[in-house]
Design a protein around this ligand. Structure first.
Ligand code: MG
Length: 365
């Protein structure tokens, strides 16, 4: 099976409610779709959600990277030689993790289709169902309580609450959500780098004293402040999960060696794809550090790739793959099934993506 064409499309999907974090506000998903075509008529699908405030990627930068640097080297290559293909994508340029992740998942999709096996099985997995949390955007207290209650009514048991854009309000936000949601609701918190190390320790220990029982806090301090994160990890009763601090397997190793966080968050768009995500998972197994799998604001193709990975690696114990349930519509045919908090994988080869509804994506020439 040889790759004969690399085609790029844009896809626009409105969100049910605007997505707000300490870093940005967005009301739609605008992603790039990668389709690899082969000489025997197969198509491998990938998706790139350009997230300028996190990965530095934009639609033109991802499209340019793929078109100029990656695609020309893939044409004519055999899908069966995966290791060679991964190496080509990895070495085509530095950074550009989103572009690499999107192309690499499309190659994995083709490898699965070539050998007629679902990706999670190819990666050694047997599980086919996951439970995801749902994100509660950072807002005024009343709006956050309303969103949390709605999420609980939709059946979500785990809420990931965005905080960090106003430290003085964060304790009130969380106590109000805790009071308004059913007993047994698990609350995890994402500060998206919004606190200083000392603020983080004060806020987190204060939350613990109030009996909020926060499951963990995600990225309390600046991404590059590994020492600051270690300071928080050592002094906070709430476990710390590194997100924006961990892009590459090397970052993950450094965090683990320093003991700078209790857990790490794997995202395909940060680490440039499934192969590097597997390396982070392996390092985590060595250090006994549990992982979360997360996503950017992504639709179903790339989140399906993350689902396959999570179903294959038992060190990934926390699932934050709510991109598709935040979307108003789903033009992707096939892939993982997102039924509110429950995600399941069909027994289809590769990612299981069969196509995209007519008129929902636009070809970039
Ligand atoms: Mg995060």
């Amino acid at each position: 099976m040889k790759i004969t064409a690399v085609k790029l499309y844009t896809m626009h999907i409105p969100l049910i409610t605007p997505f707000k974090t300490a870093l940005r506000t967005v009301d739609a998903i605008d992603d790039l779709i990668v389709v690899l075509e082969t000489d025997d008529g197969q198509r491998g699908f990938g998706e790139a959600p350009p997230t300028a405030v996190i990965t530095g990627d934009t639609i033109p930068s991802v499209a340019g990277g793929i078109t100029q640097f990656i695609a020309p080297k893939l044409i004519g290559r055999e899908v069966e030689k995966f290791d060679e293909l991964h190496d080509i994508i990895d070495k085509a340029m530095v950074h550009n993790t989103t572009a690499k992740a999107a192309v690499e998942m499309a190659v994995y999709d083709l490898v699965g289709k070539r050998w007629n096996v679902p990706l999670y099985k190819l990666l050694g997995g047997a599980k086919r169902e996951l439970e995801t949390d749902i994100t509660i955007s950072v807002n005024d207290v009343d709006t956050m309580v309303r969103d949390a209650v709605t999420a609980a009514e939709r059946g979500f048991r785990i809420l990931k609450v965005k905080v960090g854009n106003d430290a003085s309000l964060d304790a009130l936000r969380l106590t109000s959500i805790k009071k308004a949601t059913p007993a047994g609701t698990v609350i995890r918190v994402d500060a998206n780098q919004g606190w200083t190390p000392k603020q983080a320790v004060r806020i987190l220990n204060n939350m613990q004293d109030r009996g909020l029982d926060i499951e963990f806090v995600e990225q309390p301090v600046k991404a590059l402040d590994f020492d600051g994160m270690k300071y928080v990890t050592e002094r906070s009763y709430v476990p710390v999960l590194a997100d924006e601090s961990v892009f590459s397997p090397a970052d993950a190793l450094k965090i683990m060696q320093m003991g700078a966080a209790d857990m790490v968050n794997i995202k395909l768009m940060k680490c440039a794809g499934i192969t590097n995500a597997l390396k982070i998972a392996s390092a985590a197994e060595v250090y006994g550090v549990e992982c979360m799998i997360g996503c950017m604001l992504e639709a179903k193709i790339s989140v399906t790739a993350a689902v396959h990975l999570a179903c294959a690696k038992s060190i990934i114990t926390k699932i934050d793959l709510d991109g598709p349930v935040l979307c108003k519509e789903d033009p992707i045919i096939g892939g993982a099934v997102f039924n509110e908090k429950l995600i399941s994988l069909p027994n289809e080869p590769g990612l299981g993506i069969k196509g995209i509804e007519e008129g929902k994506i636009h070809y970039i020439d």
